[in-house]
Design a protein around this ligand. Structure first.
Ligand code: SF4
Ligand code: F3S
Length: 109
């Protein structure tokens, strides 16, 4: 089992999750973060820290997000310290279909 980030992180990026992860296994794209599935130790401490409810165990998240986390975790830079959320993060919190509106990483890679 591992944990993964879903589309609720898109445009929110509160980064509370990275501060609590004991193994620093979050990776940052322009619009969202992902978890490296081979580095996550399944401790679960990040799940309740996310204000957007974007982190789930793989037993409770669509395959699409598990694959997306695995794909981008090996392409994006590591992030291990909390930083300021985007100014409009609260406006996007809980919005549906964010993946259809925004790429996780508009710059490409
Ligand atoms: Fe990090 Fe634990 Fe969350 Fe995995 S479950 S990403 S190890 S805090
Ligand atoms: Fe994203 Fe939640 Fe972390 S919004 S950056 S998964 S705290």
């Amino acid at each position: 089992m591992t944990y993964a980030v879903n589309d609720q992180c898109i445009k929110c990026k509160y980064t509370d999750c990275v501060d609590v992860c004991p193994v620093d296994c979050f990776y940052e794209g322009e619009n969202m973060l992902v978890i490296h599935p081979d580095e996550c130790i399944d401790c679960g401490v990040c799940e309740p820290e996310c204000p957007a409810d974007a982190i789930k165990p793989d037993s409770d998240i669509a395959d699409k997000w598990i694959k997306l986390n695995a794909e981008y975790a090996v392409q994006w830079p590591n992030i291990s310290r909390k930083k300021a959320a985007p100014a409009d993060a609260d406006e996007w919190k809980g919005k549906p279909n964010k993946f259809d509106l925004f790429s996780p990483n508009p710059g490409g890679k």
